[in-house]
Design a protein around this ligand. Sequence first.
Ligand SMILES: CSCCC(=O)C(=O)COP(=O)(O)O
Ligand SMILES: [Zn+2]
Length: 208
Amino acid sequence: MSTTQAVYDSLWSELADIKDELAARDWFPGTSGNLSIKVSHDPLRFLVTASGRDKRKRTPEDFLLVNEQSQSIEQTDLKPSAETVLHQRIYEKTDAGCSLHVHTISNNIISELYAEQAEITFQNQELIKAFNIWEEDGSITIPIVPNYADLGQLAEAVAEQIRPGIKGVLIRNHGITAWGRNGFEAKKHLEALEFLFEYHLRLKQLNL
Ligand SMILES: CSCCC(=O)C(=O)COP(=O)(O)O
Ligand SMILES: [Zn+2]
């Protein structure tokens, strides 16, 4: 087996394992969600989930390889995720090696509650250390963009929000896309964001 094939296989199983873990959290309702992992930077190549499939199932047809224009470069009947261009723009604008998109009730409610402010900021939370923020008064901000039906427009809206310190963007009443330098870090960021959303909503429910 060539080194390139071994790297490809290893990235495939890493993404499949992440998909299984997020599925165990029930973060792919109704075939929603898409995941990707970068295979090469120049030229850009990444594995992305096939569109419209049940991401809870693990099959040999879960991912396909796409190029810098989000087009499949394999002979396949599978279609890349409809939202592949969001992953593409994240790889173009950041040092991300993995990008994860999930729809959860918590991320949808937060995106609706704070849509007018177009962002939500968390402070005084231990878990923001997951973003390598160690200052006592440190904070993390998550931008919120409109859920444009045109996916090119949506991808641009997400890309426009990317600046140092941003590790995820909420899409109003849709979901979140979070990323990291590799699969481990992307999952850590996503889990930490979902924790912060759930905490915030539960605290609000207590009317404190
Ligand atoms: C039924 S979910 C609507 C599409 C979506 O938002 C999503 O995340 C899944 O789309 P994909 O093409 O990646 O399956
Ligand atoms: Zn989506």
